[in-house]
Design a binder for this molecule. Structure first.
Ligand SMILES: Nc1ncnc2c1ncn2[C@@H]1O[C@H](COP(=O)(O)OP(=O)(O)OP(=O)(O)O)[C@@H](O)[C@H]1O
Length: 276
């Protein structure tokens, strides 16, 4: 049974330089669930999320969002900037680190929708920032300059910045990029906790199909700017469909202990019989 919709995008068409790259896409993110967006490079995952997050104006389509209290959905594209930023945030790809600021300062950017023109009007700010630093294991680095961080540490800073924003909807574009295995797993655990314990609606772009199947309740497969399939991982992970979409043989079998589908992309190097 699908849950109530946290975010509902309908018929989104998005263009760059008048060329459509996302064609009438419907994206439903259920409240308190994790939805993974998968698909080959250039299939439109980032563009779709950017349109939903209002970083790129969709040519056509609607986006509605409902609050965790179950109140009626509102038109997300018509909300004021601050109201929108209190409901929806996006961890986008490849941001540049602002020089001369500490980790805590940058995480504090996440509080921008709660600060009036005269700062100091955000009573929950300090607590949200410290919590975001703690869950991303950045407390010890909080006073460091962001320009001195590694790629993975910086990725966690941007993630913490989104968490500090305390939104109902969290959109994450490849949040595991640059992260070592421990932090990849921790980010995905945290995403699960946010959905399960706090009812956060999560839409996350992942390239690793096995990570997507393990963390997500639903998966949306994009192909050439169109939604090719949507459903549970077991419904979407069809070997023929994935093989056609990615242009490489992808075998699928259920994990023997969990039943969650596992994939194997098969290249020529897997088929070598003689090894030196
Ligand atoms: N700024 C831009 N100007 C023009 N075309 C763009 C721009 N950004 C993306 N595109 C094109 O839009 C299409 C969709 O790109 P998008 O980045 O949304 O795909 P993606 O599925 O997120 O890819 P990836 O997995 O490589 O991150 C691609 O054909 C891409 O070349």
């Amino acid at each position: 049974m699908p849950g109530p919709s946290g975010l509902d995008a309908r018929g989104l068409t998005v263009a760059y330089d008048r060329a459509d790259v996302v064609h009438g896409a419907d994206l439903r993110l259920e409240r308190g669930r994790v939805t993974a967006l998968i698909g080959p490079n250039g299939s439109g995952k980032s563009t779709l999320l950017r349109a939903v997050a209002r970083l790129h104006k969709a040519r056509t389509g609607t986006v509605t969002v409902s609050a965790p209290d179950g109140s009626d959905p509102v038109d997300a594209l018509a909300l004021s900037r601050n109201d929108f930023a209190r409901r929806i945030t996006l961890l986008a790809q490849s941001r540049t680190a602002p020089a001369g600021l500490s980790v805590r300062d940058v995480v504090g950017f996440g509080r921008h929708p709660y600060r009036g023109r005269l700062r100091g009007t955000d009573p929950d700010g300090a607590r949200s920032i410290e919590r975001a630093l703690a869950v991303t294991h950045l407390t010890d680095l909080a006073d460091r300059g962001v320009e001195s961080l590694s790629g993975g540490q910086l990725q966690r800073v941007w993630f913490a910045c989104c968490l500090a924003q305390d939104t109902d909807v969290l959109l994450l574009d490849e949040p595991t990029t640059y992260l070592d295995l421990r932090y990849q797993v921790e980010v995905l655990d945290l995403v699960r906790d946010l959905a399960d314990a706090h009812g956060v609606t999560v839409g996350v772009v992942l390239h690793d199909l096995d990570q997507a199947a393990a963390v997500a309740d639903r998966v949306v497969l994009l192909s050439a700017g169109r939604i090719a399939a949507a459903g549970t991982p077991a419904e979407v992970y069809d070997s023929e469909l994935l093989t056609e979409t990615y242009g490489i043989r992808i075998d699928v079998e259920p994990d023997p202990s969990t039943g969650v589908p596992r994939t194997r992309a098969v290249g020529r190097h897997h088929l070598r019989t003689e090894r030196p």
